[in-house]
Design a protein around this ligand. Structure first.
Ligand SMILES: *Cc1c(COP(=O)(O)O)cnc(C)c1O
Length: 347
């Protein structure tokens, strides 16, 4: 297996898709205005407004950690708290950035069902304490698709947002894999976001086929006040912004974002179909987006790694995560499946 062989460790092992690459090359002609005053940034923002069928405020950041942290910081004061799932990226993979950029807003962890928060878990946490000694709950953050590859249905998001409204909470969505969720549900982006009560969405571009970049969409425009200053202060205002925004034009204008998300999801489904009858293998979560979580034997995990396969096992003993991406080749999925079958037979 060569160093550049396709892997399933993360969807960000993949490179840049042709549409994003071509748009970057097109943007790389002549001079243009800096700091987001350019034509590409305006076009990208308009594409988002068209796609989401609403006049939202659009910002761009270099990565998801920054997008999530700054968006959450915009939604609360330092004495507030943010309700998230115990498996949320903001909790487990952002090195305390949400707390840092909000000057200390505490994350309150809720138990999940298949990686999803529920209205009742949110209610329980929000109402647990209402005294001055406890950080006041102000925001709920959902991950769509979730960290374990499941997808909130529009009705689930609506139920959560109804609870948020009742309790005076803002609703944020970490959409690092929002495209994969839309592809799975075959659902209009609006129905999964503002029409379902989401105030702010961080829309992931990196895992969808871009080099870098996430878009932050404020459907509740009042919450976007001074957000440009927040981005700048955090080092997230690209001076040559057109190189962050042009790839979005490439992804959005011909629906490449959806085509690639569908492809990645299909590859995940293929993988699970190919291994579901392997003795000893069990599926940890329903495969809805582009990730497959398998319970394997420890010896099989060692054998697969020895063969050169890279994958994460952060999900607990024997649990292995396999992520498919925009460019995953079907042949490579078949090779992985065959090696899983072999490793489980000899383990
Ligand atoms: C990948 C990912 C992010 C973004 O991570 P960065 O490495 O900061 O770009 C955010 N949320 C989730 C759920 C992710 O999987």
């Amino acid at each position: 297996m060569s160093e550049s062989s396709q892997q399933f460790a993360s969807d960000n092992y993949a490179g840049i898709c042709p549409e994003a690459w071509a748009a970057m090359a097109e943007a790389n002609q002549g001079h243009d205005r800096a700091y987001g005053d350019d034509q590409w940034t305006a076009r990208a923002a308009d594409h988002f407004r068209e796609l989401f069928e609403t006049d939202c405020e659009v910002f761009f950041a270099f990565n998801g950690t920054a997008a999530n942290s700054l968006a959450l910081a915009a939604l609360c004061q330092s004495y507030h708290s943010v309700i998230c799932s115990e498996t949320a990226h903001v909790e487990t993979d952002e090195c305390g950035a949400p707390e840092f950029f909000s000057n200390g807003s505490k994350l309150l962890l809720a138990p999940t069902e298949n990686g999803k928060l529920t209205a009742s878990a949110i209610r329980e946490i929000a109402l647990k304490r209402q005294d001055i000694h406890y950080p006041k709950p102000r925001v709920v953050t959902l991950t769509q698709a979730t960290e374990v590859g499941t997808v909130y249905r529009p009705a689930e998001v609506r139920a959560i947002s109804a609870t948020c409204r009742e309790l005076g909470l803002n609703l944020h969505m970490d959409g690092a894999r929002f495209s994969n969720a839309c592809a799975f549900l075959d659902c209009a982006p609006a129905d999964l976001t503002w029409k379902a009560g989401v105030d702010v969405l961080c829309f992931g571009g990196t895992k969808n086929g871009m080099a870098v970049g996430e878009a932050i969409l404020f459907f509740n425009k009042a919450l976007a006040e001074d957000f440009d200053y927040r981005c700048k202060q955090a080092g997230q205002l690209a001076s040559k912004m057109r190189y962050l925004s042009a790839p979005w034009v490439g992804l959005l204008q011909g629906d490449a974002w959806l085509k690639y998300a569908r492809h990645a999801n299909q590859c995940a489904r293929l993988l699970v179909e190919l291994v579901r009858d392997v003795p000893g293998v069990s599926l940890m979560f329903p495969v809805e987006a582009n990730g497959v979580f398998l319970q394997l034997s420890e010896t099989a995990i060692v054998a697969l790694r020895a063969k050169g396969w890279r994958f994460y096992t952060f999900i607990g003993a024997g649990g292995a995560r396999f992520m498919c991406s925009w460019d995953t080749e079907e042949e490579r999925v078949r090779e992985l499946a065959a090696d899983i079958r072999l490793a489980m037979a000899t383990g």
